[in-house]
Design a protein around this ligand. Structure first.
Ligand code: MG
Length: 161
């Protein structure tokens, strides 16, 4: 095994965190769909797929390094939020949390002089800058739309991925 037990365990935890992110966004996608916000729902479903890819990226790395992957149980994500804006704000807070998780992993890799893991995590550091920025943008647009949620859908026509 080319990674320490400690790093292996921390990476396994992050695999779970990324799958949990997928869970959170899938629940949000369903809530948005239920409110008729089909394009916002579609964007969050796509984000769900991205989160799974994040999990697989770490999972493949652990396997490649001869580590042991442990697939853990996921907590149940919130099914409802009081408003669409509240859900988007929760998504933004969630991405900020993931950023801090990634930074903690980077600190551990540095402490362990594990340069390969540190390098792999560099991709996640960059990705998180993008994730936080795009969630912040959605929150800002939702605030501008206020109760006119159809305008948020109109925005998603051009900016939804
Ligand atoms: Mg992620």
């Amino acid at each position: 095994m080319m990674i320490s037990e400690k790093v292996n365990q921390a990476l396994n935890k992050q695999i779970t965190n990324e799958f949990y992110s997928a869970h959170v966004y899938l629940a949000m996608a369903c809530m948005f769909d239920g409110k008729g916000l089909k394009l916002l729902a579609k964007a969050f479903r796509k984000q769900t797929e991205e989160e799974r890819e994040h999990a697989y990226k770490i999972l493949d790395y652990v396997l490649e390094q001869g580590g042991e992957v442990k697939i853990e149980a996921l907590p149940e994500p919130p099914a409802e939020y009081p408003t669409v804006l509240a859900a988007l704000e929760a998504a933004l807070e969630h991405e900020k949390l993931v950023t801090s998780q990634v930074h903690d992993l980077c600190a551990l890799a540095a402490e362990e002089k594990d340069y390969a893991t540190g390098h792999m995590l560099g991709w996640f550091v960059e990705e998180q800058v993008e994730e936080v920025a795009s969630m912040q943008q959605l929150v800002d647009v939702a605030k501008m739309c206020g109760n006119a949620l159809l305008q948020l859908e109109a925005y998603m026509i051009h900016h939804g991925s």
